[in-house]
Design a protein around this ligand. Structure first.
Ligand code: LMR
Length: 422
């Protein structure tokens, strides 16, 4: 008998593979010997031996969790436990180096909730902004992290782009960036990276930030900060300086609000635990109560309440000054290794006499001036494709995760890059 039913998926088209995460699959499926393959795709820290690193501070936190007989697996509140919120707020906003954020915090003007790492936090803020404010549009950098556009589009916001990278100079295209921000309307949101811009590794200097923030004020834009790499530029506290500048603008009444999505994936190495936070700076403590209630409503309908293993690790580390200090040292180790690998690759390329796409004498100056986990090499998609044939994996836009470079593979990496430059 002929089947009468028709699959509702009959006309469904396959979705394109994720440009970042699918590289890991291609890398694993590559039949070349493991020691020959180089994975510079996903932004996940690796040691000099090319292995993931469970931070000793995290191991200690986990040991304390197991020993803590008062812990259980009950649901936690919609915005996370009061302990997590208090500790994370203190960590992000209350430190002597940054007086302006502390001031807003003590005035009850910062609402924070635990998010599902950076991605989930961005999504919550996107939906909250769309439903709770007159903001309907967000401008993101060009280029931006490959997932930003989809996150905000799926949250219902119109996504436009502002200029960021200048292929000619391998640097920031400040003139065009300012022009594009100036063309936005009051109330439009603008996505800004606190530090270690993904994918370019290019961060504005202090003077450039002044100019960017002047337009944010002039156009009355809503700054939404993404902070996935706190600690990978200069230090956990030092990297917060732009947030302090913007907090001062809020405090002085120059702009109304500020939003922040933050992640512990990279700086605590808690990738798969999906732990981070979202924060909203409001005009008053009563406004904060309203905002908190709306954030709860957004989260409850999306995923009800956040998971609580990663957040317990964060609590254990942040609540103990000694463990927090140890963690900060471990972040320096990761930061230093990334900087060393940049330098090593630069040195190898220069020693090979291979000229890069940049304008400086070696053409590779951007490898060492960029910040954080990523290096925007300036290689073309065609060159990246040829590298992949040699089992060297990076995203098609020429982004390299510096964490995948090791003392053992840097020599071959430089040779393979040199071979595609001719
Ligand atoms: C990356 O950009 O590689 C990371 O943020 C991981 C991811 O989810 O894309």
């Amino acid at each position: 008998m002929a089947a009468r039913s028709i699959s509702v998926f009959k006309t469904l088209k396959p979705a394109p593979a994720d440009p970042i995460l699918s590289l890991t699959t291609s890398f694993l499926n590559d039949p070349a010997p493991h020691s020959h393959k180089i994975n510079l795709g996903v932004g996940a820290y690796r040691t000099d031996a090319g292995k993931p690193w469970v931070l000793p501070s995290v191991q200690e936190a986990e040991r304390r969790i197991i020993e803590d007989s008062s812990l259980n697996h009950e649901y936690i509140p919609i915005l996370g436990t009061p302990k997590f919120v208090q500790l994370v707020q203190g960590f992000l906003f209350d430190n002597s180096a940054h007086g302006n954020t502390s001031k807003l915090l003590s005035q009850g003007r910062i609402v924070t909730g635990q998010g599902i790492s950076g991605t989930g936090s961005l999504r919550v803020l996107g939906e909250f902004v769309l439903n709770g404010t007159s903001t309907k549009k967000i401008s993101i950098p060009n280029p931006s992290w490959a997932n930003h556009e989809a996150i905000f589009h799926n949250a219902g916001l119109e996504v436009v782009k502002y200029s960021y990278y200048d292929r000619e100079t391998q640097g920031l295209h400040l003139g065009k960036l300012l022009e594009d921000l100036r063309a936005l309307s009051p109330g439009d949101a603008v996505l800004l990276n606190v530090c270690c811009h993904n994918p370019t590794g290019i961060d504005p200097t202090a003077e450039e930030w002044e100019q960017i923030l002047a337009i944010v004020e002039e156009r009355q834009l809503l700054p939404l900060f993404d902070m996935a790499y706190q600690g990978f530029s200069t230090g956990l506290v030092e990297d917060l300086s732009v947030l302090d500048k913007v907090s001062q603008m809020v405090d002085n009444g120059k702009i109304g609000n500020m939003l922040l999505a933050q992640s512990f994936a990279k700086n605590m190495g808690l990738y798969g635990e999906r732990v981070g936070s979202f924060s909203v700076v409001t005009a008053s403590d009563s406004e904060s109560r309203t905002v908190a209630s709306q954030l709860k409503r957004t989260v409850r309908a999306m995923y009800s309440s956040p998971p609580c293993y990663g957040s317990k690790i964060v609590e254990k580390i942040l609540e103990d000054d000694a463990l927090r200090g140890q963690w900060s040292e471990e972040v320096s180790i990761m930061r230093d290794r990334l900087k060393n690998m940049r330098q090593l690759l630069y040195d190898r390329l220069v020693a090979l006499g291979c000229h890069g796409p940049g304008k400086d004498t070696t053409g590779w100056g951007h490898l060492i001036s960029q910040q954080g986990m990523f290096c925007f090499t300036g290689l073309t998609a065609e060159q990246v494709g040829r590298l992949q044939q040699a089992s060297v994996y990076m995203t098609a836009n020429g982004r390299m995760s510096v964490a995948g470079i090791t003392p053992a593979n840097v020599g071959r990496l430089a040779e393979e890059i040199a071979s595609v430059m001719v």
